[in-house]
Unconditional design. Structure first.
Length: 239
């Protein structure tokens, strides 16, 4: 139908070859357009290969949540229904894009604080930690967007370091991490494992989704080496 766009992913040289030859490392799709490496691709609300369009999407989501809160505050509902509304109409709008593209930190805080304020109510002095606690502990089981973000990022790396390491997305992610890392003693980029060796990793050189997950894992001080036995062969002696 001449409506198919193909976005090559992986090493940059591979993306260039696919675009130059207008095929997928050999196979072709009649009528398909192989996009240049720098061009983004829009798939089900997520931009692949673009940082510029993400902030605009989050601004739209933030404005929509603001309108929903204004509407329901005018009606008035109890705190339990506040929690249900937050999960069904607000948080659910954030999860897919947050997992696909990530979210800028300042927007994360703004949206999370807006939703927490709605759930807690205007006049409550109660800590939100009480409301996000499980029902069996007297809470509302209503985690904040920031809590969800932490969990999503940590699960990303949990999936990365466990299971079959031949899956393409894991290979690409490890390559992305290695190319953005330099050994603390070698001073050159690439060719080493940032979780197995002492290394400096520049998050600005990573893809957005990987960068955000990496920063969160580093903040929590996760020991990747102890949970990735299949990668032990990459470990340098005495590191």
């Amino acid at each position: 139908m001449d409506k198919t766009d193909v976005k090559p992913v992986g090493p940059h040289i591979f993306q260039v070859q696919c675009y130059t030859n207008q095929n997928m490392a050999g196979p072709t799709i009649p009528g398909a357009c192989i996009l240049p490496p720098a061009d983004p691709l829009w798939i089900l609300g997520v931009w692949i290969g673009s940082r510029d369009n993400v902030s605009h999407q989050w601004t739209q989501i933030d404005n929509h949540i603001k309108r929903i809160i204004s509407q329901w505050q005018a009606i008035g509902v109890n705190v339990r229904n506040h929690s249900l509304l937050a999960k069904a109409l607000m948080l659910s709008r954030c999860h897919f894009l947050m997992d696909g593209n990530g979210i800028p930190l300042h927007i994360l805080r703004r949206i999370s604080n807006r939703i927490m304020g709605f759930v807690r109510g205007k006049f409550s002095a109660m800590s939100y930690g009480t409301l996000k606690a499980p029902l069996v502990e007297g809470g509302l089981n209503s985690p904040s967007l920031i809590t969800r973000k932490y969990a999503t990022d940590l699960k990303f790396f949990s999936d990365l370091i466990t299971g079959d390491q031949t899956v393409p997305w894991k290979k690409w992610t490890w390559m992305d991490l290695k190319m953005a890392s330099t050994s603390s003693w070698a001073g050159t980029y690439g060719g080493m494992n940032p979780f197995m060796q002492q290394a400096y990793t520049k998050p600005t050189l990573l893809q957005d989704r990987v960068s955000q997950a990496f920063m969160m894992a580093r903040c929590f001080g996760i020991d990747m080496a102890s949970t990735a036995p299949s990668m032990q062969q990459d470990r340098e002696p005495n590191c």
